[in-house]
Design a protein around this ligand. Structure first.
Ligand SMILES: NC(=O)C1=CN([C@@H]2O[C@H](COP(=O)(O)OP(=O)(O)OC[C@H]3O[C@@H](n4cnc5c(N)ncnc54)[C@H](O)[C@@H]3O)[C@@H](O)[C@H]2O)[C@@H](O)CC1
Ligand SMILES: Nc1ncnc2c1ncn2[C@@H]1O[C@H](COP(=O)(O)OP(=O)(O)O)[C@@H](O)[C@H]1O
Ligand SMILES: [K+]
Length: 534
C-alpha cells in the first residue's frame, strides 16, 4: 500500500475565466496537450493536482458559507475512467483535511491512474459504496466525477439515473460541483452527447484548459459557473484554437477620444432597412449606434410611410427610400426589418457595390441565401473588389441567428447547433466575412481562422429586437473604424454584458425590452474603454 501524498504546500492555482481571453481547447487538442504535459512528470501527477485543486475549491467555497459540516458530508460520484480517478483523489484530500466525504462508485474504476487513486482512497479510509443512497438532500455538497472528456456514448443505466438525481439536487438544493465537465456534456460543442442525458451542476472546476462547450448551447446551463485549474501545465495555444471573448481582444482597437476630434472622427453609419410597417427595427439599431459612439447616424428606409424623424432621438437622420448617398457613409448596417421586396434587393445591391464596411443582418442574409448572384457579389467584394481607404479588403460582418445561418449554408438549424463553432467557421470561409453566429454562446469567426466564444449575455436577450440592437452596435463600431473581427467581438461582448447588468438590476431575465440595452451599452463602453482618470 502506498502512503497518501501530502497536501501541496501551496494552494493550487484556480482561475475565474471572467474577462480573460482564455484559449478554448477541443478534446482532440486536450488529449495531445495532456500527453505533452504529463511527460516528464511523475506518474499520477496531473490526477493528484486535479483532485487537490477540486478539494481546494470546495474548501474555499465552503469557508464562505459553512457548507462543509460533519453532519452534512460531501457525496462524490465516481465513474469508471480518469474522471472517477479525480473524484477519488478529491475524496482522499477532503478526508485528509478532516472533512467528511463518501464515494459512490457504481462500477469499479478501470483506468490505470484511477486504480491508483482508488488504492489511495481506500488507504485513507474513504467510505466507498457501489449503490447510491435513497436521497441526496442531506449532503453538504454533491460532486459529479462520473465522466469527463472521455464520454463516448450517451449515459445509460445507473449513470443516467445518477445524472438525473444529481441534476434534481442542483435544482432543489444547489451546491453541485462537476469535475472537468458536467457528465454527459460534449465539451467541444455544448450539446449533450448523442442527445442523451447530462448532469446539471451549479459549478464546474475544469482541468488543464477551458473548453468551448462549457460556454455554448446547453453548456452554460449545465456547467454553472466555471473555474479553471491549469494543473501547473502551460498550454501553448494552437493556431486554430478559439478564445473566450474578452476586452483584451478588442479594447486596443477603439479610437481615442481626443480633444481635437469632431463628429467626422467617429464616422457616419447608415442603417438600411425598414420596409413599410417594419420601421421599428432600423430605429432600434440606429439608436443603439448613437449610444455606441458613432459620429453621425442615418436611417435609409426601404419602404414608404416611414416617420420623418425619431421623436425621442431627433439626433437621428431619417431618409425616405432612395434618397441617401451610401457612398458618403463610413459604414452600412443593412437588413433590419428590410423585407425581401424589390426596394430591399436594390438597396442591398447598392450597398454591396460600395466600398464602405458592411454589416449584414436578417433579411439581407435571407436575400443572399436565396440569390446566388448576390452571394457572389458579396464574396467577390470581400475578397478583392471593394476595398477600404487603405486598400485592404473592406470589413464585412454577417450576424445570422441559427436559422439564417442554416439558410446561408443550405442546411437546417439543428445541424448548425450541432457544431456552432464549426458552422461559424464554415460560414466565414464560405463568404470571406466575419461571422457572428448568434444564440446562447455567440460564436465570432473570422475568415483568417480566428474564432471566439462569447461568455456574456443571458436569456433576457431572448426577445424580439435585440438582434437589431446588436447590428446597430457593430455597425457603429465599423463606422468608428474598428476592424471587422474586433468590431464583432466588442459589439457582442457589450451587448451581452448590458443584458447581464440590466438583469442584475431587476430588468431581466423576464421582460427586458431591446431598446433598454443601448443606454447600458453606453455606460459599459465608457467604463471599459474610456474610463475617467484622475
Ligand atoms: N489523463 C490526464 O492527464 C488527466 C485526466 N484527467 C481527467 O480524466 C478525464 C478523462 O479521463 P478518461 O479518458 O478516462 O475519460 P472519462 O473518465 O471521461 O471516462 C472514460 C471511461 O468511461 C467509459 N465510457 C465512456 N462513455 C461511457 C458511457 N456512456 N457509459 C459507461 N462508460 C462509458 C470509457 O470506456 C472509459 O473507460 C478528464 O475529463 C479529467 O477529469 C485529470 O485527471 C487531469 C489529467
Ligand atoms: N438565451 C440566450 N442567451 C444569450 N444570448 C441570447 C439568448 N437568446 C438570444 N440571445 C441573443 O439575442 C439576440 C437575438 O437576435 P435575433 O435572433 O436576430 O433577434 P431579433 O431578430 O428579434 O432582433 C442575439 O444577439 C442573440 O445572441
Ligand atoms: K464530470
Amino acid at each position: 500500500m502506498t502512503n497518501p501524498r501530502p497536501l501541496p504546500d501551496h494552494p493550487p492555482q484556480l482561475l475565474s475565466p471572467n474577462d480573460r481571453p482564455l484559449p478554448l481547447f477541443t478534446v482532440a487538442q486536450l488529449r495531445e496537450l495532456e500527453a505533452r504535459g504529463a511527460a516528464g512528470l511523475p506518474a499520477h501527477t496531473l490526477m493528484v493536482r486535479a483532485g487537490a485543486a477540486s478539494a481546494h475549491y470546495l474548501i474555499e467555497r465552503a469557508a464562505h458559507e459553512g457548507s462543509l459540516a460533519t453532519e452534512h458530508p460531501v457525496w462524490i460520484a465516481a465513474g469508471p475512467g480518469n474522471n472517477g480517478g479525480d473524484a477519488l483523489v478529491l475524496a482522499t484530500r477532503l478526508r485528509q483535511a478532516g472533512i467528511a466525504a463518501e464515494v459512490c462508485m457504481p462500477v469499479e474504476v478501470k483506468a490505470e491512474d484511477a486504480r491508483w487513486a482508488l488504492g489511495e482512497a481506500r488507504a485513507a479510509g474513504v467510505p466507498i459504496s457501489h449503490v447510491p443512497p435513497a436521497s441526496l438532500d442531506a449532503f453538504g455538497w454533491v460532486v459529479d466525477g462520473l465522466f469527463g472528456i472521455g464520454l463516448a456514448r450517451p449515459l445509460e443505466g445507473i449513470f443516467a439515473e445518477l445524472a438525473v438525481r444529481i441534476g434534481r439536487r442542483a435544482t432543489t438544493h444547489g451546491r453541485v460541483l462537476a469535475l472537468d465537465v458536467p457528465s454527459g456534456l460534449d465539451s467541444d460543442t455544448g450539446n449533450v452527447v448523442d442527445g442523451g442525458l447530462a448532469v446539471r451542476a451549479t459549478e464546474t472546476v475544469t482541468f488543464l484548459g477551458a473548453k468551448p462547450g462549457l460556454y455554448m448551447t446547453y453548456g452554460r446551463d449545465l456547467a454553472g459557473s466555471v473555474t479553471l485549474a491549469p494543473l501547473g501545465v502551460d498550454l501553448p495555444p494552437a493556431a486554430d484554437v478559439a478564445r473566450l471573448n474578452a476586452p483584451a481582444l478588442f479594447a486596443p482597437h477603439f479610437p481615442a477620444r481626443s480633444f481635437a476630434s469632431h463628429k467626422g472622427t467617429f464616422g457616419s453609419l447608415a442603417v438600411v432597412g425598414g420596409d413599410t410597417g417594419m420601421c421599428g427595427a432600423p430605429i432600434l439599431a440606429a439608436r443603439a449606434a448613437l449610444h455606441t459612439g458613432a459620429g453621425k447616424v442615418h436611417v435609409a428606409f426601404v419602404g414608404e410611410g416611414a416617420p420623418a424623424y425619431d421623436a425621442p432621438y431627433p439626433e437621428l437622420m431619417l431618409h425616405p427610400p432612395g434618397t441617401l448617398a451610401f457612398d458618403a457613409m463610413d459604414a452600412l448596417a443593412v437588413g433590419c426589418g428590410m423585407g425581401r421586396g424589390a426596394n430591399a434587393i436594390a438597396s442591398l445591391q447598392k450597398a454591396l457595390g460600395c466600398n464602405a464596411p458592411l454589416l449584414l443582418d436578417a433579411d439581407a442574409l435571407n436575400l443572399i441565401a436565396s440569390d446566388t448572384s448576390l452571394a457572389g457579389v458579396l464574396t467577390a467584394g470581400a475578397v478583392k473588389g471593394a476595398s477600404g481607404a487603405d486598400g485592404t479588403a473592406r470589413p464585412c460582418v454577417l450576424t445570422p441567428h441559427p436559422l439564417e445561418a442554416a439558410r446561408l449554408l443550405g442546411t437546417d438549424s439543428t445541424s448548425i447547433q450541432r457544431d456552432r463553432l464549426g458552422s461559424a467557421r464554415a460560414l466565414a470561409a464560405r463568404f470571406a466575412a466575419v461571422v457572428v453566429l448568434k444564440g446562447a454562446g455567440t460564436v465570432i469567426a473570422s475568415p483568417d481562422g480566428r474564432a471566439a466564444v462569447n461568455p456574456t449575455g443571458n436569456a433576457a436577450l431572448a426577445t424580439g429586437g435585440t438582434g437589431d440592437v446588436l447590428g446597430g452596435i457593430i455597425g457603429a463600431l465599423l463606422a468608428e473604424r474598428l476592424p471587422g473581427y474586433e468590431a464583432a467581438l466588442a459589439g457582442v461582448y457589450l451587448h451581452g454584458l448590458a443584458a447581464e447588468t440590466l438583469t442584475a438590476g431587476g430588468s431581466g431575465p423576464a421582460g427586458l425590452t431591446a431598446g433598454e440595452l443601448a443606454p447600458t451599452v453606453r455606460t459599459l463602453l465608457n467604463r471599459l474603454i474610456y474610463p475617467v482618470r484622475d
